[in-house]
Ligand binder design. Structure first.
Ligand SMILES: [Zn+2]
Ligand SMILES: [Zn+2]
Length: 172
């Protein structure tokens, strides 16, 4: 495992859900799925319903979810590799750092204390990452998000180069 992989928390959402884009109207729909994390593909819907235009998008769960609840490859577009990502609200993380830093400045503590405070924030960050933040799986091609599924064998830590290689032409 690379250093990057070590930063991915080994916690999954207990409830399974998928956020997928509609191929017809491009609306993103968040669907809660049946079965807890670790369950097999039984009962997962054969298609996802767009809440905006009602289009149905086929979902091939049985081909991609094993008996232990591992998800390998995208059930929506069949792309072979999913990225493992931290399910982390970046704004929240930034707010914690900014507020702490502001507080430390406001208190006008000796430099040593300010540095100690920053170390404490770094530790808090580390702890949050391992204890609170969960992981999710993202399809590089159709950008669907899957929560509550264990990463399968071909899932890889998020790679920006692969992600950018799959940005559809004309999207940027
Ligand atoms: Zn739609
Ligand atoms: Zn996909």
């Amino acid at each position: 495992m690379s250093d990057d992989a070590a930063f991915i928390p080994a916690r999954d959402h207990s409830v399974r859900s998928v956020v997928s884009g509609c191929e017809t109207c491009a609306h993103w729909t968040d669907v809660t799925l049946i079965g807890p994390c670790g369950a097999d593909a039984t009962g997962l819907p054969a298609s996802l319903h767009c809440e905006s235009c009602s289009a149905e998008r086929p979902a091939h769960w049985p081909e991609h979810v094993d008996d232990m609840g591992h998800l390998d490859g995208c059930p929506l577009c069949d792309y072979h590799t999913l990225a493992i990502q931290k399910d982390f609200n970046a704004r929240f993380g930034l707010a914690v750092v900014v507020i702490t830093f502001g507080l430390l400045l406001f208190l006008q503590l000796p430099l040593a204390w300010t540095l100690a405070g920053l170390v404490a924030v770094a530790l808090l960050d580390w702890a949050l990452l391992r204890l609170v933040i969960k992981r999710l799986l993202i399809c590089y091609r159709c950008k669907a998000l899957f929560r509550g599924f264990l990463p399968g064998e071909r899932c890889r830590p998020f790679d920006l180069a692969t992600w950018e290689a799959h940005v559809p032409a004309g999207d940027d």
